[in-house]
Design a protein around this ligand. Structure first.
Ligand code: C5P
Length: 405
């Protein structure tokens, strides 16, 4: 997203668009009212090959793509030229036009290429604003020193387009590193399931969903498109994750199958192995002197095993959990083969471990290559580590054709 501010250097934005497109970038422009005094929307759209946005209150634009969406649709926001006025507004969070609103609403990195008169650049107010913006994480390229259009000499010239293109390239590369799962679709199951006995009672387990939800959030932070299929939990839906709420194992299986295809599937849910074989339509009554109800159980579908055994649309990486109270690694190793999983994350959930409902976890990663013992760490750290491992394995598979731990 290129935001063109109001200064004579706006003419260089045209060349910048040309060079960015030559490198294969898509460029969409926001032209400020000041910028439109120097270059036309027609020039920008001819070179960018896209619509040019200009007015915050344009209802046609808003219906096509809202201003918030517009600010997040890009990988990077570049302000060139960034005038003293734009920098001041950005510092204060003023949002009185589309450009400043997009800059305030975005969740993407921002690069400013300042251009202004030398006195304006050196003014303590502008220098203070630049320091504040840097502290907020905004990056800068330029300004260069030299002759100015106003006849003065000094720092304030817009950086040349090749230098801006290079800075953009560096920022995009750094972004890719921070988002190693970008372009990957990840499915996660989490939480317990509730298996109804009658309309008011159910069978459940002690799963909190903390680990599964943390994994979904970590994969989303790493850039993946995440679908989380959650049983009943007392947790908020993780940010940036499409969360589907289910109650029973059978609903979880249906939702999981509907969410395919995915590149990676992580089965962190504590799915009930059995359910009452009949769900009464009415509440079972306690009648004095009568026998206690006979609860007979039937087996639930095994979601992990069902997906692990798929021939069609099997995710390239199928990951299960093995919550065990004894012989943790031996049970997990057998489970990996039995369920057709690529990896199993085994953990000890015996009451003494404090894992169930707690914030810490001790993981043993079981793969075809063997077992790796991870140190005891927070469930968020486990999730970040797993996201990184998945990214490494997917990267290896892309280059070597096989999934590795
Ligand atoms: O056999 P066990 O329940 O210990 O297996 C645990 C693993 O299998 C977990 O990854 C869990 O999410 C998954 N699972 C499942 N469907 C079931 C039972 C377990 O997906 N019905």
């Amino acid at each position: 997203m290129l935001i063109v501010g109001g200064g004579i250097a706006a003419y260089k934005a045209l060349e910048l668009i040309r060079q960015l497109r030559a490198k294969g970038a898509s460029v969409r422009c926001i032209l400020t009212a000041g910028g439109a005094e120097f270059v036309t929307a027609l020039s920008l759209s001819s070179l960018s090959g896209d619509k040019v946005y200009g007015d915050l209150f344009n209802l046609t634009d808003e219906a096509e793509m809202g201003h918030i969406e517009l600010s997040r649709d890009a990988d990077l926001l570049v302000v060139a030229p960034a005038t003293a006025n734009l920098l001041a507004k950005m510092t204060s969070g003023i949002a009185d036009d589309l450009a400043t609103t997009a800059l305030l609403a975005t969740d993407k990195p921002v690069l400013c290429a300042p251009a202004m008169n030398v006195r304006m650049w050196l003014h303590p107010a502008t220098q203070r604003n630049v320091r504040a913006l840097r502290a907020d994480g905004v990056s800068f390229v330029g300004p260069d020193e030299g002759d100015m259009a106003c006849g003065e000499f000094g720092p304030g010239r817009l950086a040349e387009p090749p230098a801006i293109v290079e800075a953009i390239g560096e920022m995009l590369a750094a972004g890719d590193k921070a988002r190693p799962l970008a372009g990957t679709r990840v499915l996660v199951t989490s939480g317990p399931t509730h298996e109804p006995i009658d309309p008011v009672r159910y069978l459940a387990n002690r799963s909190s969903g903390k680990q599964g939800h943390a994994i979904a959030a970590a994969c989303a932070r790493a850039g993946a498109e995440v679908v989380l299929i959650s049983g009943p939990v007392a947790l908020p839906d993780p940010q940036g994750v499409l969360t589907i709420h289910v109650e029973t194992a059978r609903e979880m299986l249906t939702a999981t199958e509907e969410a395919l295809p995915a590149d990676v599937a992580i089965f962190a849910a504590a799915v009930a192995d059995w359910r009452p074989d009949r769900e009464g339509d009415a509440k079972i009554k306690k009648t004095q002197g009568a026998a206690t109800p006979d609860l007979s159980l039937t087996e639930n579908p095994d979601i992990l095993a069902t997906i692990g055994a798929r021939k069609k649309a099997r995710p390239k990486l199928v990951i299960g959990f093995a919550a065990e109270t004894n012989d943790v690694v031996a049970n997990a190793t057998a489970k990996r083969t039995r369920k057709g999983a690529d990896w199993i994350l085994a953990n000890d959930v015996s009451p003494a471990s404090g894992v169930m409902g707690g914030d810490l976890n001790t993981i043993h990663l079981v793969t075809a290559d063997g077992v790796e013992d991870w140190p005891r760490m927070g469930k968020d750290a486990v999730a970040d580590e797993l996201a990184q491992r998945i990214a490494d394995a997917i990267g290896d598979r892309r280059t070597a054709g096989a999934v590795k731990a």
